[in-house]
Write a protein that binds this ligand. Structure first.
Ligand code: S3P
Length: 187
């Protein structure tokens, strides 16, 4: 009984890390989930921007994408050493398998999905995502999804957000956190 209580308390101290393609709702859902759990929320993109002193498009333009990926990598190491946080990662966090490995050791990693149509709708007005700038957004989204789909699909815990409200997605993640004994069939 006491052992089980300790296990439950320990489960609740895990980080919850939201990953997924741009526009799947990691930040809005993460903020809502953190408020419900009474935990600190960390948006990795925002933290990288505030530490770099410039927005992501300028980091890409002035320092290059590899430098941005290096910043993501350093921040992942730092955050994976902490506990009890709700973290929204950038969409490209899956590109380096070490990030997912380290975050998985620190808690529950949940991948958010949405249909391509929904992503297009949500991202249409986006101006701060350098990988979607200049040219056909539809083609860029399709190309990146083709390149990355296998990386997102390799994450055992996932939630399909299509047609769901922010609160409904947050509730599904809460259920995963409570029942997390492997995530087969969670999507
Ligand atoms: C990126 C996603 C962005 C941001 C950067 C690169 C990606 O984050 O980290 O523009 O490679 O998918 P969001 O997923 O929060 O938009």
């Amino acid at each position: 009984m006491v052992e089980r209580l300790y296990r439950v308390v320990d489960e609740m101290k895990k980080n919850v890390v939201l990953v997924g393609f741009m526009g799947t709702g990691k930040s809005v859902v993460g903020r809502s989930l953190a408020a419900t759990l009474g935990r600190p929320f960390i948006d990795m993109d925002e933290l990288i921007e505030s530490r770099a002193g410039k927005p992501i498009p300028r980091i890409f333009a002035e320092e290059g994408e590899p430098r941005f990926r290096g910043m993501e990598r350093e921040l992942t190491r730092e955050l994976a050493g902490e506990r009890g946080r709700v973290i929204a990662a950038g969409g490209g966090i899956v590109l380096d398998g070490r990030n997912i490995m380290e975050f998985s050791r620190s808690g529950l990693v949940v991948c958010l999905f949405a249909s391509k149509e929904e992503l297009l709708r949500r991202l249409a007005a986006s101006t701060n995502r350098p990988l979607l700038a200049n040219g056909s957004m539809e083609q860029k989204i399709s190309g990146l999804l083709d390149e990355r789909r296998h990386l997102y699909e390799a994450i055992p815990c996932s939630v399909d957000t299509s047609g769901l409200t922010i609160e409904e997605v947050a509730d599904k993640i809460l259920a995963l956190l409570r029942e997390n004994e492997g995530c087969a069939g969670a999507r």
